[in-house]
Design a protein around this ligand. Structure first.
Ligand SMILES: Cc1ncc(COP(=O)(O)O)c(C=O)c1O
Length: 390
């Protein structure tokens, strides 16, 4: 939690690179060749890349025949590749296409709608309830009115929301698939080191996307599992990765994924993390009283690391600056790329007012957050936050 003399509380934005990964880089243990080269250095890199792929199939309990696996620069690229490819395929075949997504999805999902519209195809935003949960009945309402024989439907399902930490269980996917012929992509970016069942994927979804910088591997690398022939490549070129994603592979990024996941598999303890989070949450709730709210607290399932709270009538920027001066790095909930704080789209989708949606602070803790650390942290948080609630 303490990183370069800062108390880092923004693990949903990115995680520090794990020591185990840094150590492998420091020792230069990994092969450096281009996996496409036929000499020994190239072959070593190719072999190691194959080992990482086998490890990922094993860890996530998916069959190599059921899913293809490709690496990309991160979830934004993976999600763009998948959604654009499916939309373009329907466009080429002159079929109707509807993209279903939740209003609370990440901007790299929501911002696909312009491209979809430019092809003359349709998107539909699904509302979420006050707790941030996607309503399965709502999906049914939308789909029941459609001519499903002539329409390709792609649903994005965000497993764990990046702002609230609310979990939309993968169990619901089978209900949807049983009733409707939809293709499903799961945005699994915020699952690793945040929920107990992070490696329990099922074979119901057509695709899953992960991003490595969220769990302590290197930045600029991610991976997606996709059902065979599900996707056409967005990047064309030398035909690497079975033509799914051309371009020389980011091998050290890929190798770092296995190292980081081995650490997560061995050391991540959901109950310990959740207990530490709840320690802070209970004290925060008492401190805020009726002057604010913890978003998503009524959801049936939340992750173990995220605490998203609103302080009524106080701009998040003011609070986050005060915490920053106290040595603590937190997130303003929703900031645009220029850094300006704008009302959180996710909170507004959950029914909060614009004023509340610009007053939210997100604390997101490490995968290895412990109660002893929470006990030490609370007085520091309290000493800053009490100024805003008294
Ligand atoms: C839920 C979710 N999806 C997608 C992304 C995009 O990931 P990346 O930073 O790897 O492009 C993020 C990043 O915050 C996210 O939280």
């Amino acid at each position: 939690m303490v990183y370069q003399n800062r108390t880092y509380l923004d693990y949903n934005a990115t995680a520090p690179i794990l020591d185990e990964v840094l150590e492998e880089i420091r020792t230069g243990a990994w092969p450096m060749g281009n996996p496409s080269s036929v000499h020994t250095c190239g072959k070593k890199a190719k072999r190691k890349m194959g080992e990482v792929k086998s490890y990922l199939y094993d860890l996530f309990q998916l069959g190599e025949r059921e899913y293809e696996l490709f690496f990309h620069s991160g979830a934004t690229e993976g999600i763009n590749s998948l959604i654009k490819s499916k939309a373009f395929e329907s466009f080429e075949k002159n079929r109707h296409f509807v993209f279903l997504y939740a209003l609370s999805d990440h901007s790299c999902v929501v911002n696909q709608i312009d491209y979809i519209q430019s092809l003359g195809l349709k998107s539909h935003a699904l509302a979420v309830d006050h707790h941030g949960q996607i309503q399965w009945e709502q999906i049914a309402d939308v789909l029941e009115g459609m001519n499903l024989d002539q329409t390709d439907i792609l649903l994005n399902w965000t497993w764990v929301n990046n702002e609230t930490g609310v979990v939309n269980s993968l169990d619901q996917l089978s209900l949807i698939k049983e009733k409707f012929p939809v293709m499903i992509h799961v945005d699994a970016v915020q699952s690793i080191g945040k929920i107990r069942e992070f490696n329990q994927l099922n074979s119901i979804a057509d695709a899953y996307t992960f991003s490595a910088h969220k769990f302590g591997a290197l930045k600029g690398i991610g991976f997606s599992f996709v059902k065979p022939h599900f996707m056409k490549a967005l990047m064309n070129g030398g035909g690497q990765q079975d033509k799914l994603r051309s371009g020389t592979e980011n091998t050290w990024g890929i190798f770092s994924i296995q190292t980081a996941l081995e650490v997560m598999k061995e050391r991540y303890q959901f109950d310990e993390q959740n207990e530490a989070k709840l320690y802070i949450e209970e004290r925060l709730r008492q401190l805020i009283g009726d002057k604010g709210h913890i978003a998503g607290e009524g959801a049936p399932q939340r992750n173990g690391n995220t605490l998203y709270f609103i302080l009524n009538d106080i701009k998040a920027q003011t609070v986050s600056m005060a915490l920053d001066m106290g040595g603590m790095d937190v997130s303003n909930g929703s900031a645009c790329s220029s850094g300006a704080v704008i009302p959180s789209r996710v909170l507004m989708a959950m029914g909060y007012s614009e004023d509340q949606a610009i007053s939210a602070i997100r604390l997101s803790f490490s995968a290895f957050f412990k109660k002893e650390e929470a006990i030490e942290l609370w007085p520091r948080l309290e000493s800053v936050l009490k100024r805003f609630v008294s």
